[in-house]
Design a binder for this molecule. Structure first.
Ligand code: HEM
Length: 381
């Protein structure tokens, strides 16, 4: 007999008021939860299994083609083979000094001894500049920042026409970058955007629509997740002076430490799938066509794997950390995301003696579709 799946409303005020602990409670009550929009898988084991079974849990869960996010095997592998080389260690090594210069400019211009918002003044500002530098989109940072703010507001308005208009604006911004390089021909700058336009899959260049789709997936979602990740990391460092001191003394531990901070408070909440056939998860029946949410944030706090979800154990928990996903869609941008975060924190360590929470400036949590902090004021000393 199939077990019933309890109902919940992940967009209710009660859940949004404290997403992290609401997910903890829901996961402890039942491994799955159903809302009008689909079924969330909340346990680590079930999320890993579903992400590893794309034949049953297809990524073609949106009405639009997204490259490579919505693709399934075998098409997906060819696109990943084309995209993964953009994030090699050698490329990251070449990018590092340019990111360091940006981090120095941004962090160096912030006031000392006064409240600074880690999410907007550091996270958004740095994510946009870093991404523009990487893609060769220097000069349009103000437009990207304005777009991030408009997208944030539109998503929270739950007004589909507003979100569609913001998405169209972003497409236009990306298309202009592609067109600029087409117009320049052989004089186009040798950056990842130009290179992407020359990539071949199955012996053919990507269509313009696919180039724009890849660029959208490299920027639209990730600017917000990078900014949110900066907020989570700064919050952890500021509120855990012991961890901050240890990392100042040994910054080589930063990549593992940052991954663990993001595991405890994963700002990248969910990804969608659709069941291609009738199946069962944790004894609960799922019909073909059911919309599924792989709940990374909940899975990353599953006590069956991590024990106390809030205990900071970078080494012990690394192998099970799901911040960057798992399976064939595992995040290709992880080396870039890690580099950006490590460079920013190292720079902040170089430029300050101590980072602490701003007294009397209460932090504000972010809400779905993101987690982490919407505002977290720090003082740089
Ligand atoms: C802290 C920052 C980031 C987090 C937490 C994150 C997390 C994730 C996760 C969980 C997935 C799996 C999606 C799934 O299974 O459906 C994913 C996929 C992806 N990420 Fe990231 N990501 C981050 C930054 C980036 C960056 C900087 C880029 C590129 C510049 C990027 C590009 C992508 C792409 C293209 C995919 C889809 C891969 C595929 O479908 O094969 N991500 N990311």
């Amino acid at each position: 007999m199939s077990k019933p799946i309890p109902h919940w409303e992940p967009l209710s005020d009660a859940v949004l008021a404290d997403q992290l602990h609401a997910y903890d409670r829901q996961r402890r009550a039942c491994p799955l939860a159903r809302s009008p929009r689909g079924v969330s898988l909340l346990r680590h084991a079930d999320v890993v299994a579903a992400a590893g079974d794309p034949a049953t849990f297809s990524s073609a869960a949106s009405e639009f083609r997204q490259v490579p996010n919505s693709l399934d095997p075998p098409e997906h592998a060819a696109f990943r083979a084309a995209i993964d080389p953009f994030f090699t260690p050698e490329r990251m090594r070449r990018l590092e000094p340019r990111l360091r210069a940006i981090a120095h400019q941004i962090a160096g211009a912030l006031p000392r001894g006064a409240a600074v918002d880690a999410v907007t003044e550091l996270g958004c500002a740095y994510a946009v500049r870093a991404q523009a530098e990487w893609l060769g989109w220097q000069g349009i940072e103000p437009e990207l920042l304005a777009w991030m703010a408009a997208n944030h507001a539109a998503t929270r308005s739950k007004d589909r026409s507003r979100t569609a208009a913001v998405a169209a604006d972003f497409d236009a911004l990306v298309r202009a970058q592609v067109q600029r390089r087409r117009d320049a021909g052989a004089a186009a700058p040798p950056d990842p955007t130009t290179e992407l336009m020359q990539v071949t899959v199955g012996g053919r260049r990507l269509s313009d629509a696919d180039v724009v789709s890849v660029l959208r997936n490299w920027t639209a979602g990730d600017l917000a997740s990078m900014a949110a990740a900066v907020g989570v990391v700064l919050h952890f460092l500021a509120t855990r002076a012991d961890v901050q001191a240890a990392l100042r003394a040994d910054p080589a531990g930063l990549p593992a430490a940052i991954d663990e901070m993001l595991r405890i408070d994963d700002p990248f909440l969910v990804n969608r799938r659709v069941a291609t056939r009738a199946t069962e998860v944790a004894g609960c029946a799922l019909e073909a066509g059911t919309r599924i949410y792989l709940h990374w944030t909940s899975a990353n706090r599953d006590e069956a794997v991590f024990g106390d979800p809030d205990a900071y154990r970078p080494q012990e928990n690394a192998a099970h950390n799901l911040v960057y996903g798992t399976g064939i869609h595992v995040c290709p941008g992880r080396p870039l995301a890690t580099l950006e975060l490590v460079v920013l924190v190292r720079t902040l360590f170089e430029l300050t003696q101590h980072i602490e929470p701003a007294a009397g400036d209460a932090p504000v949590r972010e809400t779905y579709p993101l987690g982490g902090w919407a505002r977290f004021a720090v003082v740089l000393r």
